[in-house]
Design a protein. Structure first.
Lengths: 942, 93
């Protein structure tokens, strides 16, 4: 005979059913039985059941083990928040069993148990409970330090929660933007009333309800309540401008009534996150029944009055056989009536309004008896407690409203400090009959519609607050936070240790930090703390309620991932020719075509072409362009002749190198600026910032042309020969010297720009082709250059070539603190200009003579290529620099680097020590200049 | 998530904008001291109060917009004396 995973022997039939005959308001469709398993054992439920109600009908009492002490737990609230009924469904952990509807074929397992629910070994924690009180991890598992990895492994085994599978199939989540006039959070009597009248006034209404159907507490009421429910529901379904979302929750309210809603239950969509800009928000969440604190209050069999009413009326489940009831309000009284109707023997009713009390609940693994205040013991398997309410004011708090404690009603209520667009209605705001609650909802709905611009309305008459006894704790200590296993004793200890405010005690004990986010725990925590510190609940106040109101999956927050990808027009060619892709922010670029060293050699010896389309290009026009250039670059631009190109460096106001590039003058008032590829957008914004905020009087138009042109750099000693086959523009060195720009026809394409610049240090021409002809010009160059050995080269080869020439790359050889002076650009910085960006910091650089300088370096052993970012040290402890760029040079046959070294080491010939990532130290020599190949630039000026 | 009344586009979600920063008065770079200049660059008043700021409508008209914003309530009102500024009632100018 095998044991199932709940530890019980697999026996004959299921235990006797606790299912009642049909109830008037039940949610069940008895024609549709559903099969499911619980810890490996087969059971049957009915369509409409929740997981918890189906299990309760089958006689299951223990659903889980608690977080820290592994105490057995059962149904307590029978709502989404029920802390004892979190279960694993298939590969989905942490399913709220009292909310989730049963589905045919579900595989349900208990969480946080080992090896089984019945015989959970970790319940041994209870034996050492003294050492596991709140905050124990601040005082234990600290010494010896060497054992931390061991402690970590032990504690991980005891961590609570379900199991996440690596093999889950991906879910589909999406998002929606909505612009409703009125959002109503909560579909109970007042919420439904508000939605109806807001719609009648003409507003577009979104009504959001957490349960699977509208109605709130009407659903488990008697015949009159069910009649009102049917009427309201029919009216809402008939209203064309009301969108009803069930099994959905308003998760947060942000500035200007930006409201997030998590919508579930859509076909084919796991969850949808709706971001709604509402004109008015009506908050109607009702009231949440609060547990009572006493010894044994977490035993399976101890339930709240509303839990009993839900089980009996909605799911036709008999919650026990023999009950004791402690009631202090009408809901508890109604629970007694429901129990009697369900055939439960009500052994004793204690009236909290008349001071009748209990002391403790007794049992092992489940309730067996209750001890009253006078010492009498009553045998029972069900203890029903209705001692008070919590007002879920979270959404109002998110709108800036502070709740106020009403000591007559013994609960918090909304304050009067809400913004005009946020309104509250229903049980949250006061008490009354069903008609009074619906009536209040009507009035608030009209007011909300008026706020949104539909109709007009008087301010609603507030609902009264009925008196209620202030019952928080019996004379004994019990659970306050069921999810975190924090007892009232823990709270007393924390207060004694000096954690005497709500915020402090919350963080120290973790009370209210569990999955219900304080909705079941906060008021009791504050009340116990008030007791322990001899203050009042009103004085202490609650902790801050923050979004989200209800848990949201990461999937819903992520939605669908949209990542735009940018390709040059030549991308298909690169892919076909085996280019290895390089992701450069949104751009995909060819890193190399198989052998970057060979590609670099081909540029130095023959001719290569590279696709540099992502290069930033900005068209600048107007009479004041030179003023702009002088303002943003560190060097001088007033005398740039038509047809000339100049290199410029841009700094921030702090003197830090921001971007570099060349700018050419095409005509009297027409220039083209190039920027680094990653800086294209930032430089555009920077130019606009200068023009709009500093100098709106300058006449300059800036137009980004980055994607308007495909850009190809043709480089190498044979580049002139190749290009002259494709263009009539005179490429002779006299007609087209270095650092000039020409326009003309290339490969039959008009309006191409060519400038002669030299990032690679070779004779080269950068051609900007109207983008739709980019591929044509690219392939024509390669076809016509076959006999010259024309071949493509990628970004990696370009990096090698520019490093050989000592050309810095902003962001690689500079960082967020590198000034133009540190980067060796001092000759470019013209401090005698008018105001420019970077002045005066660049002028103060002499204050810091010992700043590390950018230099060229060569490892003494030319076979070693140090990893970029390797540190340069002096002695054993002093870091004096780092390697920023490092490659094997095909031209020299040895490694070449750029990096920073302290000023006193930054002269030609000094030897520095480089620490490789392995820890090995090598020597490197500082070179006379960063340029390792052809320092006179003869090839450039050919 | 508050809205910014762009003078060109009307009220738009603040996520369409990039927050540039507080508008301080820029000292004359030729006459300033390092302390005063760095105070301008890096020091922010950062008060729980009305703050003069600039935002850049990066996902919209790409104009720099100046305004005063109350950092506690995110109320927005027009800034004094700028050419591109929000209007009192949020309608585009």
């Amino acid at each position: 005979m095998t044991r199932s995973r709940d530890g019980r022997r697999a026996g004959p039939a299921e235990p006797p059913s606790h299912r009642l005959p049909p109830q008037p308001g039940e949610l069940l469709d008895r024609t549709r039985p559903l099969a499911f398993t619980w810890n490996g054992r087969a059971h049957t439920g009915i369509a409409g059941d929740t997981i918890a109600s189906a299990l309760a009908a089958a006689g299951v009492r223990v659903f889980s083990r608690s977080f820290k002490y592994h105490r057995p737990r059962g149904i307590m609230t029978a709502t989404f928040l029920d802390p004892g009924v979190t279960v694993q469904v298939g590969d989905e952990p942490n399913v709220r069993g009292a909310h989730r509807r049963l589905v045919d074929g579900m595989t349900i397992e208990a969480q946080n148990v080992w090896p089984s629910l019945r015989y959970d070994v970790r319940a041994a924690n209870q034996l050492v409970a003294r050492f596991l009180t709140a905050g124990f991890y601040y005082k234990t598992f600290i010494k010896p330090r060497q054992l931390w990895p061991t402690y970590e492994k032990i504690l991980a085994r005891f961590a609570a929660g379900g199991v996440v599978s690596r093999h889950s199939s991906p879910g589909y989540y999406d998002k929606r933007y909505a612009h409703p006039d009125v959002v109503v959070a909560g579909g109970g009597p007042a919420g439904m009333g508000a939605a109806l009248l807001a719609a009648e006034a003409g507003a577009q209404v979104m009504l959001v309800e957490e349960e699977y159907e509208l109605g709130g507490s009407l659903r488990w009421g008697g015949a009159p309540e069910l009649a009102v429910l049917r009427e309201l529901r029919a009216a809402l379904e008939a209203a064309p401008n009301v969108e009803i979302l069930v099994n959905s929750v308003v998760a947060g309210r942000y500035d200007d009534d930006w409201v997030s809603i998590v919508q579930r239950g859509l076909p084919h969509v796991d969850e949808r996150l709706i971001k709604a800009r509402a004109k008015a928000l009506v908050v109607a969440p009702g009231l949440i029944e609060r547990p009572f604190v006493f010894e044994g209050n977490d035993l399976p069999g101890v339930m709240l009055g509303t839990a009993v009413r839900r089980l009996v009326n909605l799911y036709a489940v008999r919650p026990g056989r023999r009950a004791v009831v402690l009631t202090a309000n009408a809901e508890g009284d109604a629970a007694v009536t429901d129990l009697e109707r369900a055939g439960v023997e009500v052994a004793c009713v204690l009236d909290g309004r008349r001071g009748q009390e209990l002391r403790r609940a007794i049992g092992r693994g489940g309730l067996t008896s209750v001890e009253l205040a006078d010492g009498r013991r009553i045998d029972c398997d069900l203890l029903v407690v209705s001692t008070g309410w919590t007002a879920p004011t979270s959404l109002l708090n998110m709108a800036g409203g502070q709740p106020v404690y009403d000591s007559v009603a013994a609960r918090f209520r909304p304050g009067d400090d809400l913004p005009p667009s946020v309104l509250a209605t229903g049980g949250l705001t006061g008490d009354g009959s069903v008609e009074e609650l619906v009536g209040h909802g009507h009035a608030v709905g009209s007011a909300a519609a008026a706020q949104a611009g539909f109709g007009s309305a008087r301010a609603p008459e507030p609902l009264p607050m009925h008196p209620h006894p202030a019952l928080f704790r019996a004379g004994t200590h019990g659970m306050v936070d069921f999810s975190e296993d924090v007892t009232s004793k823990d709270l007393f200890s924390a207060a004694a240790e000096g954690y005497d405010s709500s915020e402090l005690v919350k963080r120290y004990t973790t009370a209210t930090m569990g999955p219900s986010q304080g909705k079941l725990e906060t008021v009791n925590t504050v009340a116990v703390l008030a007791e322990a510190t001899e203050r009042s609940v009103a004085d202490l106040g609650t902790t801050v309620w923050r979004p989200p109101y209800a848990p949201i999956t990461l999937g819903a927050l992520a939605g669908r991932i949209f990542e735009p990808v940018r390709h040059s027009p030549m991308q298909t060619w690169h892919v076909r020719h085996g280019a290895r892709p390089l992701v450069a922010s949104q751009w995909i670029r060819p890193d190399h075509y198989g052998d970057p060293q060979a590609e670099a050699r081909n540029v130095r010896e023959g001719v290569g072409i590279i696709d540099v389309t992502p290069l930033g290009k900005l068209d600048l026009r107007g009479p004041d362009v030179p003023l702009l250039l002088n303002a943003v670059y560190v060097n001088k631009w007033s005398k740039l002749a038509i047809g000339s190109v100049r290199y410029g460096v841009m700094c921030s106001e702090g003197g830090v190198v921001m971007d570099d590039g060349v700018t050419g003058r095409l005509d009297t008032e027409r220039y083209l600026m190039s920027t680094t590829s990653s800086g294209a957008a930032a430089v555009w914004e920077h130019l606009e910032g200068v023009l709009q905020t500093e100098h709106p009087e300058w006449q300059v138009h800036v137009t980004p042309l980055t994607t308007h042109y495909a850009s190809i750099n043709v480089a190498g000693p044979r580049s002139r020969a190749l290009l002259s086959r494709l263009t009539d523009v005179d490429l002779s060195p006299e007609a087209f010297p270095y650092m000039r720009v020409r326009t003309g026809r290339v490969a039959g394409v008009d309006d191409c720009l060519m400038w002669r610049i030299g990032f690679t240090g070779e004779l080269s021409y950068e051609i900007h082709v109207p983008a739709s002809y980019g591929l044509h010009v690219w392939t024509t160059l390669l076809d016509r250059g076959q006999d010259l050995g024309a071949a493509p080269f990628g970004v990696e080869a370009q990096r090698i070539l520019r490093l050989e020439k000592g050309h810095l790359v902003v962001g690689q050889d500079t960082d967020g603190m590198t000034s133009a002076i540190d980067a060796g650009l001092e000759p470019l910085v013209k401090l005698d200009k008018d105001d420019f960006v970077g002045l005066p910091e660049l002028g103060w650089a002499h204050e810091r003579p010992n700043q590390p300088r950018l230099v060229g370096l060569q490892p003494v052993d030319g076979r070693v290529v140090p990893a970029e970012a390797s540190q340069i040290v002096r002695g054993t402890k002093e870091i004096v620099g780092r390697i920023t760029s490092s490659r094997m040079s095909p031209t020299l046959g040895r490694s070449v680097c750029m990096g920073y070294v302290a000023a006193d080491l930054a002269h030609a010939g000094s030897t520095v020590t480089v620490v490789l990532p392995s820890g090995q130290r090598i020597d490197a020599t500082v070179m006379p200049s960063p340029c390792h190949v052809d320092p006179e630039g003869r090839r450039l000026h050919a | 998530m508050f809205r910014i009344p762009c003078p060109h586009c009307g009220p738009r979600n603040r996520t369409e904008f990039r927050h540039i920063g507080e508008r301080g008065s820029r000292p004359d770079p030729r006459a300033t001291t390092p302390e005063e200049w760095r105070g301008y660059l890096y020091g922010q008043r950062n008060a729980s109060d009305w703050t003069a700021e600039t935002w850049y409508h990066v996902a919209g008209c790409r104009k720099f917009v100046t305004m005063d914003r109350h950092t506690l309530t995110n109320e927005i009102r027009p800034a004094a004396g700028s050419t591109a500024t929000v209007t009192d009632d949020g309608t585009p100018r």
